[in-house]
Write a protein of this length. Structure first.
Length: 85
């Protein structure tokens, strides 16, 4: 919807889980890494994310990953990040 929101990811919570607590229309279908619909871009703080999962490699090219794209349902954070959908 173009709005900017500041949210907190709780321990053990994915970016998608945290973002889903907001009143926003986020792109997602399965929330399990099978569809790739929740592709997002980490525009700041990519180093504060966990390792790329095998399910992400099925939907994201090496170029996508280099440009900061991740799947929100598979990504956990350990610091501040800025995410764009």
């Amino acid at each position: 919807d173009g709005a900017t929101r500041i949210i907190t990811c709780n321990p053990g919570e994915t970016v998608l889980d945290a973002a889903s607590r907001q009143p926003a229309n986020l792109p997602m279908d399965c929330s399990d890494g099978d569809c790739g619909t929740c592709k997002c871009r980490i525009t700041e703080g990519l180093s504060n994310t966990d390792e790329v999962k095998a399910k992400e490699h099925k939907h994201l090219s090496e170029q996508d990953l280099a440009e900061g794209f991740r799947m929100a349902c598979q990504t956990f954070v350990r610091g501040d990040v800025t995410v764009s959908w």
